[in-house]
Every structure is written in structure tokens, then in C-alpha cells.
Design a protein. Structure first.
Length: 737
């Protein structure tokens, strides 16, 4: 390590989320000015510093000093201390009073202010208010750097200083020293092992109640991240015991958390007793969905059906479509039910059916709302129906600042019919709030493909509702003639049934096909071919735009054919622009395809939205992204909300369609090689699907139909709450035909 003394002359850039700073630093010996980079918290220009680190050479900016640690060099002489205190600008602290303080405590002035502020009151003119004001100002000024020094001493990531300070302010160090496990509750996405190591260094006993409770919460949250709504009691106890906590102490802590109302537990199956332990929010949500559905289905249906001839006449006249026998059965029956599920694979006519349903409800004067779980899915629903559709969050009025929904049982949605598309993507919490906002006078139509990947969030809502057999479900199986001619749809259904597509006929044909499998065993060769396909072969043969029309979908983020590496390679190959912003090891350049990573209601940009970088403004540290002709600004500190999108994960592609998709399938993807993932990826392509990889990886995915079972009990709750489906009440009707 190299040690330098001096002061900052100019701060070029600071990321407010982690205090990563680029600045100019004036050294004392020798006297020169250098560029420094690193995590610098609470530092002002011209403040004396001692920094430690190493020289490194940046490809574009040349030699710079990377700071590993720093400390403020506090004044030591009485004149310097006096000048320093005056620079703090504390109201009521005059030069005369500062002189009295420094004369009284001399070189111990700063230590007295920080640790024994009550002694300040022994100085003439210093009362309680001024002593507290001086102490508080000192704490505010030094809290951030004290926390950073503490983290460095404990080998804790200094990048977490910013979120910790934002959570606790000047009390951060006190909170951590009192209970380090509080970090897990208050700061998103921290790892228990990391906090546990910090707690161990502080001296928290391994059997401390705070540690046991934190371990339980962490284990349940990890389960929720894997899609589970609950964990079996014995599995939860066993997992916590792996951290060196005795079984009995875990069970006692779980009981205490249940008594406090933080957790909930229930025996779900009388035949095979097993206690399910839930985070209380997920317990309330799962029970709430079942209760609201049960109540909704108990309400009498006042619609009267339409005869088949009238339905056909309406659909043919309005949509120029002749509905199939299967679709007619749905349209005849759908008016008799408060809640209906429509499921089916590609080419089975779900979109046509939604349009037909809209036409029928329009005929009988019913108000209809359309929604989907993501912005992309909502836009697609709007495009195919010609009607306004919104995200579920926007529909029920999510208030980001308050973390609450404006629409609920007290202020429900103003509608007669609610249609939800891509319902397989809706998790337990969101579905609960949706049902909570639905008036009991309305009906709901839930549309989705249960063979696609389940929701990213916890639960298996669509599948559980169908599995309960308590909600009228129409399963569309007939593939329409036009769809039967599509190799994409044919092969998607083959994959869903575990069959390897017949590719011989396609390879022997001189015509361009819609579906290809390219056998390639070497990951570097796969990457090379993906670049060639994106940049040359597909644009030349199919006339598709490399940026707008081609999307690479991959199962994983890491590895040679993961999103991270592929995005770097494809960016270099497809975007020669030199101007760029560097952010957390990534480059953002004008023309780049980017994806927004979390819902941002202020910008009206949502998780999974894809756009193109329109412009960079280095003078204002800002870039602008074009989302379908709508320009959205991002400052540098907001770039954590963006990632490159030349290649995205299959999960992120749900709800979207692309003219062409390229899907690498390698054995290194083994943990995620599943039939439903492959099926989901294939069904994203409209005109062209190219799979590239090994036949063995393809076979592993086809044969792996054992979707990871999610611990959810919505189906059981619906079965227990509801008897047979209620009969249709034809005596009360508000419609006459």
C-alpha cells in the first residue's frame, strides 16, 4: 500500500448510493495533483486527508490512484483547531466562545466534543443548547467516515455505508453495535452470512436471541426468493440448525415470533400433518386470495347467456372472425361465472378469445378493464385488442412512497369485468391486492399459460387456482390451422410434451425456416456464432433489424454464454460508438439496447422495459433512454436501474414477443435446464427461433419436467373454503335478449 497526504481540490463525481467518488487530490510531498477513485464518504474539498491505496492505469483516463482506505487529518495546534471549529458554522458559536473552549481543553478539544460534551458546559457562555448543538454537528460531520472506518476495520463492504447512513443517519454506528442483525430487516438484499460475521466480530453470542430470530427471517426470505410462500417447520428448523443453532432454541424462537404476530403457522393437511411456517404478509395474502375468491364466487350471477347464433353474428360482424367450436363454448358459458380461467399454449386462440369476449361485453354494455403484470405485457395486450391496458400496479394505484395501493376493498375498481393477461407471472402478494381491489359486483377473467415459467415472486397462483378445481377453467387445446403451419408453434408444443423437434425436414428444405437448432459444443464458439447471427446472417437473410428485432435469451447471468458476458461481446460487436459512461464495470453508450430493472413510478418505467440510449450528456452526468418514442432521463446515480439488454434472461422475457430470438443451450446451464424454461423461451419468438448449443443440453431440458415444487397452499385453502361451484341464478337478470 502507498500512503499519500494532501486534500481534495475538486470532486468530479460521487455516487450517492455507495459514495464511490472520482476526484482531484493535491499531494503534500511531492506537491502535485492526481486523480483519485474510491469510496469516500463525508469528505469535503480542502479537508486534510491521509489516503492509502495503489496506482492503476485506466484504459481511457490513464494513471489514477485507487483509494483503499482514508482518514481525516484533524488539526493539532490550537490555532488550527480554532479555525476548524469556526468553519463548522454553528449558530451561536462565536469566535470568543470557540477561543474559551480551545483554551480550556487544548489538544483534547475534539475528543471532548465527541465523547464528553457535557464538559463543554463548564466553559463560560456554553449552555446545554450550544453544547448539544456542537456535539450533534460534530456527530453529523463525522458519522459517515466513522462508519466507513468501522466497516474497513471489520472487513465489511464499504459500499454499504451509503444505504446504512440513509437508514439510520448519525445513529448508524450505534444501531449496528447494539444489534447488527437489524441491518437484515432494514436494508434490502443483505446476506445473513455477511451480517453474522460482523456480529461475531462485535461479540454477539452465537445463541443470542437476535441471531436466532434473524436466521429464521433470513431462511424464510430465501425461501420466498425461490418462490415458496411457506416452509415446513422441520425444514426451517434444520436449515437454521446448520448455522450452529440448537433445534429446540429455533423452535422456541419460532413460537415467540408467532406469538408476536411476525410469523404464522398452520397445519395444512390432516392426512399428512405438516406445520407450515409463513412470513405473516404471505400468510395474509394467501388466505386473503382464497377468502376473496370464495366470497366472489358465492355472489349470484345476474347475467343471462346469449345463444350461439347471436354470438357468432356479433364476432363475425365486429371482428371478421369465425369462432371455433371450442371458443364458442367458452363465449356461451363465460357469462355465467364470477371468475373464469382461460389457459392454453401458443396458437390456441387465447388472444382471439379475449378480443371476442371484449366484443360480447361491449354489446351488453359492460365496463371492462384490461391489465397485465408487466409494462411490456400490458402494451402487447393493448396492441392485440385495440383497447387500453395497464400494468396491475398502475391499475390498482400503487403509491411508491407509501408502499400501499390506493385501490382496495374500501375504494374498489370501477368496473364490471376485469381481464388479466399473462397471469402465470402474477405472484401471491400482487394477486391478493388485485382481488382486494375487485368489487364483489364484478367478474374476473384470468388468462395465462400454466406451462410457462411461474412468477418471479413467491407462489404458484394460476396453477393452484386451476389445481383446486373450484374455478371454472377453460383449457384451450386446439391449435388453429394457421398456427399448425408455424414451426415455432409446432415445436413449442412438442417441447411442452417432452418431444425433440423434427429438424431434418427443415434442414433439407431450401426455404428459410422459422426454427433452427445449431449444434455447437464449445462455449466460445457459441458466442462467436451468436455475434455472427445477430450482426450478419439474420439481418441479411430475414431483413430484420439487429437492435430492434433480434433478442438473445439465455438461462443464466454468469458464464461464457450468460447475460453479463454476452452483453459485453454483443455491445462491442453491434455498437462501435466510443463515447460512454463507466458505471460499476459496465459501459453505457449512445445506441445501446438497455433494460430497466425495477418499477419506477415517477419515471413511469417498469421492470423489464427495453429501450435504446438516445444521448449522453457528460457535462450534467446524465443519459437519456428512448422507450418507444418516449425519452426518459437518468442521472449517473440512477444507472443501477439500467442494464444492457442485447442478451436478457428467459425470466425477464416473459410477457414479451420478439420477431427473432436466439437461445443458447449449454450443459453449463444445467441448474436451469428445465422444460418450462425452454418452452417459455421458444414461445417468445414470432418469426424466427434459433437454438444453439448441444443436443445433450437440449435433451436434459426436455427430460426435466420436474419443476421445482413451490411451497404454496392456495389450492388447499380454496378446496377447504368452497364447496361445489354455485348454481347460476337465472331468476335475477338485468339483461333481456
Amino acid at each position: 500500500m502507498i500512503t499519500l497526504k494532501g486534500h481534495l481540490t475538486h470532486i468530479t463525481y460521487t455516487n450517492e448510493d455507495n459514495y464511490y467518488t472520482i476526484a482531484r487530490f493535491s499531494t503534500l510531498n511531492p506537491e502535485t495533483t492526481i486523480t483519485v477513485v474510491g469510496f469516500l464518504a463525508g469528505i469535503n474539498p480542502h479537508e486534510p486527508l491521509k489516503i492509502q491505496g495503489q496506482w492503476e492505469t485506466h484504459a481511457k483516463y490513464g494513471q489514477q490512484f485507487k483509494i483503499d482506505s482514508f482518514e481525516t487529518i484533524l488539526p493539532t495546534t490550537t490555532s488550527e483547531i480554532t479555525r476548524y471549529l469556526k468553519s463548522l458554522g454553528i449558530k451561536g458559536l462565536t469566535r470568543k466562545k470557540i477561543k474559551h473552549i480551545v483554551n480550556r481543553f487544548e489538544e483534547n478539544t475534539f475528543e471532548t466534543i465527541e465523547k464528553e460534551p457535557e464538559k463543554l458546559k463548564s466553559v463560560s457562555g456554553i449552555g446545554d443548547i450550544l453544547a448539544n448543538r456542537l456535539h450533534d454537528t460534530w456527530k453529523d460531520h463525522h458519522a459517515t467516515r466513522s462508519l466507513m472506518n468501522f466497516f474497513k476495520e471489520k472487513n465489511f463492504p464499504v459500499s454499504l455505508v451509503a444505504p446504512v447512513i440513509k437508514a439510520y443517519g448519525k445513529s448508524a454506528l450505534h444501531v449496528i453495535e447494539k444489534n447488527p442483525y437489524q441491518l437484515l430487516a432494514d436494508i434490502f438484499d443483505l446476506d445473513f452470512h455477511l451480517i453474522d460475521n460482523l456480529a461475531n466480530q462485535i461479540g454477539v453470542p452465537r445463541d443470542d436471541q437476535r441471531r436466532i430470530s434473524a436466521c429464521i427471517h433470513f431462511t424464510l426470505e430465501a425461501g420466498a426468493s425461490d418462490g415458496h410462500v411457506y416452509m415446513a417447520l422441520e425444514a426451517l428448523v434444520k436449515r437454521c440448525a446448520s448455522f450452529g443453532i440448537p433445534h429446540e432454541k429455533v423452535k422456541i424462537a419460532i413460537k415467540d415470533l408467532i406469538d408476536l404476530g411476525v410469523l404464522a403457522a398452520e397445519c395444512l393437511n390432516d392426512e399428512k400433518p405438516e406445520t407450515a411456517v409463513y412470513p405473516k404478509a404471505l400468510y395474509n395474502a394467501e388466505k386473503g386470495i382464497a377468502a376473496r375468491l370464495s366470497a366472489l364466487l358465492s355472489m349470484p350471477v345476474t347475467n343471462r347467456g346469449m345463444d350461439r347464433d347471436k354470438i357468432v353474428d356479433e364476432i363475425v360482424t365486429r371482428l371478421a372472425i369465425n369462432p371455433s367450436k371450442e371458443q364458442l363454448e367458452v363465449l356461451e358459458d363465460i357469462l355465467y361465472h364470477r371468475a373464469v380461467i382461460i389457459t392454453g399454449g401458443p396458437g390456441t386462440g387465447k388472444t382471439t378469445l379475449i378480443r371476442s369476449i371484449l366484443s360480447i361485453f361491449n354489446l351488453i354494455g359492460k365496463r371492462v378493464l384490461l391489465a397485465a403484470p408487466t409494462g411490456r405485457a400490458a402494451r402487447r395486450l393493448s396492441e392485440v385488442t385495440g383497447r387500453k391496458a395497464s400494468t396491475i400496479h398502475k391499475l390498482i394505484g400503487f403509491n411508491h412512497k407509501e408502499g400501499q395501493f390506493e385501490k382496495n376493498r374500501d375504494t374498489p375498481l370501477d368496473t364490471d369485468i376485469l381481464i388479466i393477461d399473462e397471469a402465470s407471472m402474477v405472484d401471491t402478494i400482487l394477486m391478493y391486492h388485485l382481488f382486494n381491489a375487485l368489487p364483489f359486483s364484478a367478474s374476473i377473467i384470468i388468462v395465462g399459460d400454466i406451462f410457462q415459467l411461474p412468477s418471479v415472486g413467491p407462489g404458484n397462483v394460476l396453477s393452484d387456482m386451476i389445481q383446486s378445481n373450484k374455478i371454472k377453467t377453460f383449457s384451450l387445446k386446439k391449435i388453429f390451422r394457421q398456427a399448425k403451419e408455424s414451426p415455432i408453434i409446432i415445436n413449442a408444443h412438442a417441447v411442452r410434451q417432452g418431444q425433440f423437434p423434427d429438424l431434418k425436414k427443415q434442414s433439407n428444405s431450401k426455404k428459410l425456416s422459422e426454427f433452427y437448432f445449431i449444434e455447437t459444443a464449445s462455449p466460445p464458439k457459441v458466442v462467436e456464432r451468436i455475434v455472427e447471427l445477430c450482426c450478419q446472417r439474420i439481418p441479411k437473410s430475414y431483413g430484420l433489424d439487429p437492435m430492434k428485432d433480434i433478442q438473445v435469451l439465455t438461462p443464466m447471468h454468469k458464464g461464457d454464454v450468460g447475460t453479463i458476458h454476452l452483453n459485453q461481446i454483443l455491445q462491442d460487436a453491434m455498437n462501435p460508438e466510443k463515447t460512454h459512461f463507466d458505471y460499476s464495470g459496465r459501459k453505457f453508450k449512445p445506441g445501446d439496447k438497455v433494460m430497466h430493472l425495477k418499477n419506477n413510478y415517477e419515471k413511469e418505467v417498469f421492470n423489464g422495459d427495453i429501450g435504446t440510449i438516445h444521448a449522453l450528456d457528460k457535462s450534467e452526468n446524465r443519459l437519456t433512454v428512448n422507450y418507444e418514442d418516449r425519452l426518459v432521463d437518468y442521472h449517473l446515480e440512477e444507472l443501477h436501474e439500467l442494464t444492457l439488454a442485447y442478451a436478457i434472461s428467459v425470466h425477464k422475457s416473459q410477457g414479451s414477443e420478439y420477431p427473432a430470438v436466439i437461445i443458447p443451450l449449454m450443459e453449463q446451464h444445467f441448474p436451469l435446464l428445465q422444460r418450462n424454461l425452454l418452452y417459455t423461451a421458444i414461445t417468445r419468438g414470432k418469426k424466427l427461433v434459433i437454438l444453439i448449443g448441444t443436443s445433450r443440453a437440449f435433451a436434459i431440458a426436455l427430460n426435466n419436467d420436474k419443476q421445482r415444487k413451490r411451497n404454496s397452499a392456495l389450492d388447499i385453502r380454496l378446496i377447504n373454503l368452497m364447496g361445489p361451484l354455485p348454481p347460476v341464478d337465472l331468476k335475477h337478470t338485468d339483461l333481456v335478449f
